[in-house]
Design a protein around this ligand. Structure first.
Ligand SMILES: Cc1cc2nc3c(=O)[nH]c(=O)nc-3n(C[C@H](O)[C@H](O)[C@H](O)COP(=O)(O)O)c2cc1C
Length: 146
């Protein structure tokens, strides 16, 4: 079984860049990790991961439609109540995407083990540290669940 699966949606690369920082943090924890685009993620992928980290840009005041589809169908089918996880995002003007994604993950039964991180457009400076810390925390908790 995989320790942590990072799933992200992106149109112009900001959220992918944030996901890469998180990937680095998970690796620092010593956990096994993979990163997938939301389109390429299957129910089997979700079932096979102890920890999941989901990230999306803000699209019209919420997290993206593709990510909502994943949360409401594939994630539910994967029965995630024994999983740990966290959420992240990127935005330009308002940060509801993160709040909503984190709430929905919790509502589906995922145990949120790190504060979410929402990046204002680009990942640099202090926010990189926060993204790496998020990855480390989820990695450590997923290892405990081995
Ligand atoms: C169609 C569209 C709608 C957007 N709506 C919002 C919005 O409501 N609030 C906001 O803060 N940013 C909004 N944005 C900006 C993106 O969330 C932001 O640029 C994000 O970093 C893009 O991530 P990506 O590079 O991973 O695609 C929107 C962008 C697009 C393309």
């Amino acid at each position: 079984m995989l320790d942590v699966l990072i799933i992200y949606d992106t149109n112009t690369g900001n959220t992918e860049k944030a996901a890469q920082e998180i990937l680095g943090g998970v690796k620092e924890s010593g956990a096994s990790v993979e990163m997938k685009k939301v389109d390429d993620t299957t129910v089997e992928d979700l079932k096979a991961a102890r920890g999941i980290i989901l990230g999306s840009p803000n699209i019209y005041g919420n997290y993206s439609g593709k990510m909502r589809d994943l949360v409401n169908s594939k994630l539910v089918q994967a029965k995630p109540s024994d999983k740990v996880g966290a959420a992240f995002g990127t935005y330009k003007w308002n940060d509801d995407n993160l709040k909503n994604l984190q709430n929905d993950l919790r509502w589906k039964g995922v145990r949120i083990v790190s504060e979410g991180v929402n990046v204002h457009r680009h990942s640099n400076g202090d926010v990189v540290k926060k993204l790496r810390e998020l990855g480390r925390k989820v990695g450590e908790e997923a290892k405990k669940a081995r």
